[in-house]
Each structure stands twice: as C-alpha cells, then as structure tokens.
Design a protein around this ligand. Structure first.
Ligand SMILES: [Zn+2]
Length: 487
C-alpha cells in the first residue's frame, strides 16, 4: 500500500498525541452550539467559565470595540479575478508591504537556516514567519524586547508574523522515533519527479519537531514533553533543559508583544483528525475561548501589531461555519485557517471549497502550514491570500530542488556530472522568468552534488536560495495570472 504524503501523516500523528493529552486534561464544557453570538453574550459566557483576574476584567466590559482598520495595518484588494475567487491584494504593515497571494518563508529561530534574510528580498518574498516557541526558549522573549524587537534583533526591516507557540508545544507529544523516521532526508525526498509524492508538509509554520529533537538533549529525546492541557493553557517541559513552562493565551500574547512581529496569532488547541464530533466541538469551543482571551490581552496594548483569528472545526462543515461566525464577530485584523485540514490533499480541497466562500473578504486570510504547489494553486483560486511552510527550505537541506518539472533530487548519481546550467534540468533557462539564484547563475548541479557529499554548508545555502527563488516566482505568476483574469 502506498504511504500517504508525509504532510498528512504528520498531521495525523500530531493529532493522535493531542487527543491523548486532552483526554487526560480536565475539560470545561464549551458554550452551547446555538448560543447567541452577540458580543455581550460571549463575554458573559467567557467570564462565567474563567476565574482569573484577567478574565474578571473582561466581564467588566460589555463588548469588544467595533473593528476599525488601523492606520499601521491596511488591507487593499487590488484585483479580483473574473474567473475564480482568486484575488491580488496589498497588506501594509509598519515594516513594509506584503503583496498577495504570498508564500511566507519560515524563519523558525529568526533565521532561514543556511541563508541570510536578504535572500527573501531577492526572491520577492515579503513576509517571514517566526516561531514563538523556539524564541521563548532561546534567546527568550525578554531578550528580544531588550534588543528592541525582532526586526532590530535580526536586522530585517521587513514584515514578520509569529505564531502563538502552541503548535510546537502540542507537537512535543509526538513519538520521536516515528517523526524522525518520517522526516529522514533519504526517505522524505527520493527525487521522484512526481508532484504528488512528498511535496508538502503540514507543519504550521513550524518545523521543526525534527529540528527540535535534533537539538534536544538526549535524556529528553524519548520523553513526552507535553505535560498538561487544561482550560488555563498548556504545560510543557523545555527540550533544552527540562524546565517546566506554561503557555496561556495571555503569556503567549505577552511573548509576542516582546518579540514584536507585525502580525501575531492567538493561542489555539490542536486536535487529531479523526476524533469524535463531540470532542472536536469541545476543542473548537476551547480554541474560541483561548482566542478571545488572546484578543483581549492584545487589545490592552496593540503596539502596532495586527492579530489574525484562527478558524477551527477540522473538516466538519458545521463546526467550521460556527467558528467563522464566532470569530468574525470579534475585532480581529484577519483570519487564519488552522486545525486539522484533512487527511489528504483532496480533503483540504473540499474544506477550502466550503470554507472560503464564508470567510469575509474585507480582511486578509492565511492558510497555516501548507506549502505544496498543488495546494497553493488551488488555495489561490479559492481566495487564500497567504501560505506558510518550512517545506521549500527544509527539503533544500535534504537534497531536493524545486523545479518547473517537479522536485529534483540533486543527490542522484545522474547529476554528478551535469556540468551545464542547472536550468537545463530545473527549467526557466531564459527570459524574465529565469531563476536569479546563485546556483542557477553561477554553478552546476555537479558542483552542488559535490558540496553536499563533502558536507559543505554551502550546498544547503545554494539549494535553499534556489527553492526560495522558485517560490517567489511561483507566487508572482499567480499574482500576474489574477491581474490578467487567467485563473
Ligand atoms: Zn535557481
């Protein structure tokens, strides 16, 4: 039997862990599904279910303020295709503009691994993702605050987005051996030029459990570092030193305030793919409560940051609709699509087909953790504005170049003596669409293969730069096709 694509397998493993954990945790019943979504009702429900000082503050307010577009974060639709829901837009942030549809490269630790940030500008990729979980543990969010925020600290004065840290924390429960095997470079990317084979990875802007584990101490390697999920938040142990830490909606937002990305995300709960509808419904309610707390914390001190809601509900149409109705009643700046996105690409497609038409078009949206080309192409036609994934950079370090003809495994023996231009294999050998990366301009696949065999880090730099350029060109083509009403 053919194995499912790794992206979906990864999601399922993650999900199994999540369910096991939440089953242990004390659950608080979610709000009734048919409740009135009036803001005041939401707040009373919220205050009733929670008792900390912060939550009492919320009960004093009758409602959140009406949403008003902020001067530092604007959204403009440049063109809507006449052939589909696809749209080309412009998002303005305090650190520059983002043209959509956009691919968002993942700079987990405030770095792209193997290449400098300037590669993003050269590749025409506006937005970079940073992972709060990793930055919390090293160097610490207070350190970034002292440095004046992430833009100053990493020396990139361009738009950035951070997640809540929750995804990686939930990922800590994954079976280490299973994940390691699934992401083994040799098994992950076998150079098969088939777009349907291992060309996507569901890692939610992340990364990096493999990287996590590979940097973790041996004594923690086989342990489940996720300790408890309850109404207040999620408790886990640091992979670095075993210290017990707790992430709550409030602490996640505070950390993201100190990190200082232009766009931030609320804390949410992750669920496995095939849990019962009742379990999924309870999880969606919990995510809504956590997101409400996150938004409240964010609005206490906006600091020129925008916060996107994260729409949940798995592949259940009714729950996704309920999530959209609830979250669009709150003054978020945009909408991310999170949670389980299905067990395969076909289910993601079905999900987007019923979900995208009900997401309001007056704010930007983002599809979390999807970076494979067919899913991006479909998402663009359905009206998705941005996508993030570590996939293009991760596979580059493990032997795969993206190309016009499908993924190319540069470790294959047939390329050891390919001394000509890489474009002969990778496509785009001439014209404006020519790949401008260093590999394609100056080197050969033979040289790349040699560097890789010699374990020279330059191999990973060249391959990463190429894949980022490829993603930049792909998104530019999508934008052009929308402007010309071709898709
Ligand atoms: Zn190139």
């Amino acid at each position: 039997m053919r194995s499912p694509p790794l992206c979906w397998a990864f999601t399922e493993r993650l999900a199994m862990m999540t369910t096991a954990t939440t089953t242990r945790a004390t659950r608080i019943a979610g709000p009734p599904s048919n409740r009135n979504l009036h803001r005041g009702i939401i707040h009373r429900t919220f205050a009733h279910q929670n008792s900390s000082a912060d939550r009492k503050d919320i009960s004093k307010n009758d409602s959140f303020p009406e949403y008003v577009q902020k001067p530092f974060f604007t959204f403009e639709v440049l063109h809507e295709s006449k052939r589909s829901r696809a749209r080309a837009c412009k998002i303005t942030t305090p650190h520059g503009t983002i043209f959509t549809p956009a691919f968002v490269a993942v700079g987990t630790q405030g770095a792209l691994k193997a290449v400098p940030h300037s590669v993003l500008d050269d590749a025409n990729l506006d937005l970079m993702f940073a992972n709060t979980y990793h930055l919390l543990l090293q160097p610490g969010h207070e350190h970034l605050q002292k440095a004046g925020g992430i833009h100053k600290f990493i020396g990139r004065n361009r738009p950035t987005i951070s997640d809540s840290g929750g995804f990686q924390v939930f990922s800590l429960g994954l079976d280490a051996d299973e994940l390691d095997e699934s992401k083994s470079p040799n098994k992950n990317n076998n150079g098969n030029n088939n777009n349907n084979n291992n060309n996507g990875e569901r890692n939610h802007g992340g990364t990096g459990t493999k990287e996590l584990k590979s940097r973790g101490k041996t004594k923690h390697k086989q342990q489940n570092l996720l300790e408890k999920v309850d109404e207040d938040g999620v408790t886990f142990r640091s992979y670095r030193d075993g210290t017990t830490l707790k992430l709550t909606p409030e602490s996640s937002v505070q950390a993201q305030k100190n990190i200082g990305c232009d766009i931030i995300l609320p804390l949410d709960e992750l669920t496995k793919y095939d849990i019962s509808l009742q379990e999924l419904s309870e999880s969606v309610d919990r995510s809504h409560r956590w997101e409400t707390r996150s938004l409240y914390e964010h609005l206490k001190n906006v600091k020129e940051q925008a916060m996107y809601a994260i729409i949940h509900g798995g592949v259940d149409e009714r729950l996704r609709k309920k999530s959209v109705e609830y979250l669009t009643s709150l003054p978020f700046d945009g909408y991310a699509i999170g949670g389980s996105l299905g067990k395969n690409r076909e289910e993601l497609k079905e999900l987007l087909q019923f979900l995208m038409p009900i997401i309001p078009r007056d704010k930007p949206n983002h599809l979390l953790g999807i970076g494979d080309l067919p899913s991006i192409a479909h998402g663009v036609r359905m009206g998705v504005d941005s996508f993030d994934s570590a996939y293009p950079t991760q596979i580059a370090r493990h032997g795969t170049l993206l190309s016009e003809n499908g993924p190319v495994n540069y470790r294959k023996s047939e390329y050891r003596e390919h001394f000509g231009k890489p474009a002969e294999i990778l496509g785009n050998s001439s014209g404006d669409d020519e790949c401008k990366c260093l590999l394609c301009r100056k080197h050969s696949l033979s040289y790349l293969a040699h560097l890789d065999r010699a374990n020279e880090p330059m191999a990973w730099s060249l391959a990463t730069e190429h894949n980022l350029h490829f993603m930049g060109r792909t998104m530019e083509r999508h934008r052009q096709a929308i402007m010309n009403d071709e898709i």
